[in-house]
Ligand binder design. Structure first.
Ligand code: ATP
Ligand code: MG
Length: 595
């Protein structure tokens, strides 16, 4: 099975690292091949300190360790409020606050391994609750504040929530309607409790005021459950992935090598902690490496984002293709009005980063765009483009040190490995890295189905080139089979995005008697462009030129926007279900969209 078109491979683009002079800094990973050759996970484990009394706790690595090492005055977290207010926490303050939260939990009788949920926006209390929960040896599960009442209820039911941290209005709207149906839920702590505290709720601020800032960290073991993260639900019902304290080893390693974090960096991750990226790389990795973390409370706004990059002097920025496409849609004029010279390293995750976006990023920011690939299940970055290496636009890069990746095909008896360059198969990983998920909570059979022949099977299709770089083809569920061709949505969508009018594109396979499937594209236009038959023909013409008639979409429908998960992933399965008049399936993570 060969990719029908590999046009992005040979689109030569020089993307060498061009750090601004004032911030030029030797990358942490200088020479990929020689570094990874001898690198094992035992060496990775030396990146963490461990608790003084023995054991390992993520929050100790993320916070306390820096205070004990004399770096307590450094700003750990700089929070930017929607109203432009700013709150800062040094590592010392974050240590005291998270200790207080652990002491609150322990005072309320919340024990080791018990689940603490959060349902709130990106507020400092969320970060303190996350770290404090880990310090108490309890398990933290952050929920996205924009979820409706049912997605909140079902996740808290699966997770057997003991305690919830939320706000008064979110509680009234999203929890109160069903609270009595969830007997496991003991306490609800309100971040913004006023005088009219609802029944069965406590004021977080009042409890924190009486709590112990010197509360001792629980002696958790590396294999103790630490986090429960629900997947994005792009392909179906979300799964609750279990992560353990040892994951911090890999968060530290990937923060160093995949994100190239240096201790005096200002770092901004735009992901919400309701998704794994917002926890692994929005809390744990950057704090474990002692950087200053920017947290923005507000939602996407192109002008605001450029302002933050400029004013905060962000050096390392980790964002997502959907955000980049929105910036592209807003136009590069915005970018030109800002001084972005502090930016040294730019990375993206969550969806394929179209070559067009890489080219745009290079032009707009003057530095390469580093795509990287991972999943809720892997807990941390598995495949990445590195600071010192050449970026091949459209490629996800190469495996992290200590990670063995492969391309495999499922057979009746197990799996067989594909070794030839350019051949497409399922992206697989040899299990055993520290941030590997340890199960889907209460779904053992679903978990076991992820493994075969000694591999963890990702459910994504990819190929590997002769230099060992991985190229994303599509999710196995989204791949289209048309007239004997196997077509990855990514290559078709990337070709459509080359048209100057196209802001976003998604393609799906529509059943066809002759071809098996034909390709239908859904396209959202940039401002200033109007849908017309002429534009449709133009876009189709470009796609034919790039991809050939067999692979170019047969039909194009214009949309205001495309259905996405709240983590920013296009839900192709929903476009297809609607097209075919089939049930929509689980849409608990869907952001509102135009049909
Ligand atoms: P669900 O498993 O519930 O369907 P999901 O797979 O979208 O949801 P996540 O774990 O949040 O949930 O996302 C991981 C997936 O995101 C990957 O399996 C892959 O399909 C996609 N992805 C992540 N990074 C990249 C990337 N750099 N390039 C292409 N795809 C990516
Ligand atoms: Mg998935």
């Amino acid at each position: 099975m060969r990719l029908t078109v590999q046009w992005s491979h040979d689109r030569a683009l020089s993307c060498h690292h061009q750090a601004p002079e004032n911030l030029a800094r030797a990358p942490n990973l200088q020479d990929y091949d020689s570094f990874t050759a001898g690198y094992g996970l035992d060496q990775a484990r030396a990146l963490v300190e461990g608790l003084p009394q023995g054991g390992l706790n993520i929050a100790h690595e993320a916070v306390d360790r820096h205070v004990h090492a004399g770096r307590g005055d450094r700003i750990a977290l700089r929070w930017l409020g929607k109203d432009d207010s700013v709150r800062e926490y040094s590592y010392r303050q974050l240590m005291a606050e998270s200790n207080r939260f652990a002491s609150v939990l322990s005072g309320l009788g919340i024990g080791r391994g018990e689940r603490v949920f959060s349902l709130c926006g990106r507020q400092p209390e969320l970060y303190i609750a996350a770290l404090g929960t880990l310090k108490n040896g309890s398990v933290f599960s952050p929920l996205f504040a924009a979820f409706g009442p049912e997605p909140v209820r079902s996740r808290m039911e699966i997770g057997e929530a003991r305690l919830l941290v939320t706000t008064a209005s979110l509680y009234r709207k999203k929890v109160l309607p069903w609270r009595n149906e969830l007997p496991s839920l003991g306490q609800v702590l309100l971040i913004d409790a006023g005088d009219d505290l609802p029944d069965g709720c406590l004021s977080l601020a009042a409890l924190m005021a009486d709590a112990d800032p010197g509360h001792a960290v629980a002696a958790t073991r590396p294999d103790d459950m630490a986090l429960l993260h629900f997947t994005s639900g792009t392909t179906g019902r979300p799964k609750g992935a279990i992560h353990v304290h040892e994951a911090v080893v890999f968060h530290t390693l990937t923060g160093l090598y995949a994100l190239d974090l240096h201790p005096d960096d200002i770092y901004w991750c735009t992901a919400d902690p309701g998704w794994v990226t917002g926890t692994s790389y929005g809390i744990i990795a950057p704090l474990s490496l002692g950087v200053t973390l920017i947290v923005d409370e507000a939602e996407f706004d192109a002008e605001r984002w450029y302002r933050i990059l400029e004013q905060q002097r962000v050096a390392v920025w980790y964002t997502a293709p959907t955000a980049i496409r929105m910036l592209m849609k807003a136009g590069s004029e915005f970018a030109q009005q800002h001084d972005l010279s502090a930016l040294r390293f730019l990375a993206s995750v969550g969806e394929p980063l179209n070559p067009e976006a890489v080219v745009w990023g290079q032009r707009t920011f003057g530095i390469p765009f580093h795509d990287n690939w991972w999943q809720t299940e892997t807990g941390g970055i598995m495949i990445a483009n590195y600071a010192a290496e050449t970026v091949k636009p459209g490629s996800m890069g190469r495996p992290l040190p200590g990670i063995e990746a492969g391309i495999v095909r499922r057979t009746d008896t197990g799996v067989s490995e594909v070794t030839a360059a350019g051949e497409v198969g399922e992206l697989a990983l040899k299990p055993g890295w520290p941030s590997m998920f340890r199960g889907y909570l209460h779904e053992q059979a679903r978990y076991e189905k992820c493994f075969a022949g000694g591999w963890y099977l990702s459910g994504d299709l990819a190929s590997r080139d002769e230099d060992g770089y991985y190229w994303f083809v599509g999710r196995a569920d989204d791949v289209i089979k048309s007239a004997g061709h196997l077509i990855g949505p990514f290559e078709v969508e990337s070709a459509l995005l080359e048209h100057p009018a196209v802001a976003e594109a998604a393609v799906v396979g529509i059943p066809d008697e002759v071809a098996g499937e034909t390709i239908k594209a859904y396209v959202a236009l940039k401002p200033g462009f109007c849908a017309s038959g002429e534009l449709r023909r133009e876009i189709q013409g470009l796609a034919r030129k790039r991809l050939g008639a067999a692979v170019a979409p047969k039909a194009i429908a214009f949309r205001e926007n495309l259905p996405k998960t709240r983590s920013g992933k296009i839900m192709r399965r929903l476009l297809k279900a609607r097209e075919l008049g089939l049930p929509e399936g689980d849409i608990s993570t869907l952001e509102s969209d135009e049909r």
